[in-house]
Design a protein. Structure first.
Length: 118
């Protein structure tokens, strides 16, 4: 069954409920567009064949779009090992399901170094 290649917004049951955007596209393709700046939960389910370096780059590119305390969940093959979390993402939990493992990381605000402050 072919995947739909466009993002869609799921209806909210109440006007005050948060919205949910589903983007059934490749992570790199989605990261190449203008990102919102307050994502609370991100689920990454890359192909198992995706190189670790590519996943590392995707995680780093995602950082500017994350809200404080956002949760990022990455699904990988158990044998691929833990992702290399960029500064700002800290491992919170893992859970294995056969040959699949889910890695939960929390976005942590990083203080700006004095020489980088404007």
């Amino acid at each position: 069954m072919p995947r739909e290649r466009t993002a869609r917004r799921l209806p909210s049951p109440r006007a005050t409920s948060p919205s949910i955007d589903v983007a059934p596209v490749a992570v790199r393709s989605w990261l190449g567009h203008a990102l919102p700046s307050s994502l609370d939960v991100v689920l990454l389910d890359p192909p198992y064949e995706l190189a670790d370096d590519d996943l590392d780059g995707d995680l780093a590119a995602l950082l500017p779009a994350l809200a404080p305390d956002a949760l990022v969940v990455v699904e990988r093959r158990t044998s691929s090992g833990e992702p290399t979390w960029p500064p700002g993402l800290a491992l919170e939990a893992t859970k294995s399901y056969g040959d699949t493992v889910l890695w939960w990381a929390r976005h942590e605000d990083q203080p700006v170094a004095p020489d980088q402050a404007s």
